[in-house]
Ligand binder design. Structure first.
Ligand code: AMP
Length: 207
C-alpha cells in the first residue's frame, strides 16, 4: 500500500505499543513526534529546550514547531513510500499541513475511556536499552531488567489529566475530520495488548 498511515487516539491508548505490528506488516518506518521531542530534550538541543515546558505540563507543542520537524523528517529517503505516524497529527492545522506534503491512506484510531487511560499511564515503564514499553500490572517486565526501567516525567496522574484535556479539546475533533474523508478505522483499545494487536492487524490487512 502506498501512502502513509496515521495511528490516532488518546495518550496511553496503546499507539506506541501497537505501532510495531504495523511496522512489521507494512515495512513503513515509524515516526513518533513524542519520541523525537524526548530525544531532543535528552540531547539538550534547542528544540528540546523549547518543547520541554509544554511536554512537562501536558500541553501540545506549537504547530509550527511540529510541522517543521515533520517536514524535515519526511525528506529522508526512507519516507518515500509512506510512513507510520504515531502521535501526529494532533491538531487540524497539523493535519492540513500534512495533507499538503504527503498522502494519508488510512487513520487507525485506537479508542479507550479516560479512566482506563489514567490507570494505564501511571503504571507505564520503559526500558531505555530496548525502547520496550511495560506496565507494572498489565505487562510486567522480566525481574532482571526491573531496576533499569524508567517512568516518563509526564506520566504522572496530574499531567495525564492535562494531556487528556489537550486531547479532548484539540486532537479528538481530528477524528471527525478524517472520518469525512472515509479513511478513519476505529479500533476498541480496551482489550489486552494481544487482542488489540489482532484488531490492528485485521485493519492493516484490509487496506
Ligand atoms: P506522546 O509521546 O505522543 O504522548 O507525546 C508526548 C508529548 O509531546 C505530548 O504531551 C506533547 O506535549 C508533545 N507532542 C508530541 N507530539 C505532538 C504533536 N503532534 N503536536 C503537539 N505536541 C506534541
Amino acid at each position: 500500500m502506498t501512502g502513509s498511515i496515521v495511528l490516532f487516539g488518546p495518550p496511553g491508548a496503546g499507539k506506541g505499543t501497537q505501532a510495531s505490528i504495523i511496522v512489521e506488516l507494512t515495512g513503513k518506518p515509524q515516526i513518533s513526534t513524542g519520541e523525537m521531542l524526548r530525544q531532543a530534550v535528552s540531547e539538550g538541543r534547542e528544540l528540546g529546550l523549547l518543547a520541554k515546558e509544554y511536554m512537562d505540563s501536558g500541553k501540545l507543542v506549537p504547530d509550527s514547531v511540529i510541522i517543521g520537524l515533520i517536514e524535515n523528517r519526511l525528506n529522508h529517503p526512507d519516507a518515500s513510500s509512506g510512513v507510520l505516524f504515531d502521535g501526529f497529527p494532533r491538531t487540524i492545522p497539523q493535519a492540513e499541513a500534512l495533507a499538503k506534503i504527503t498522502t494519508v491512506s488510512a487513520v487507525i484510531s485506537i479508542e479507550a475511556p479516560d479512566d482506563e487511560i489514567v490507570n494505564r499511564i501511571v503504571g507505564r515503564r520503559m526500558d531505555p536499552e530496548t525502547g520496550e514499553i511495560y506496565h507494572v500490572l498489565f505487562r510486567p517486565p522480566p525481574t532482571e531488567i526491573e531496576s533499569r526501567l524508567i517512568q516518563r516525567v509526564d506520566d504522572t496522574e496530574e499531567t495525564v489529566r492535562m494531556r487528556l484535556k489537550s486531547y479532548h479539546e484539540q486532537t479528538k475533533p481530528l477524528g471527525a475530520w478524517y472520518s469525512e474523508f472515509g479513511i478513519l478505522k476505529k479500533i476498541d483499545g480496551t482489550g489486552s495488548i494481544d487482542e488489540v494487536g489482532q484488531s490492528v492487524a485485521a485493519v492493516v490487512g484490509s487496506l
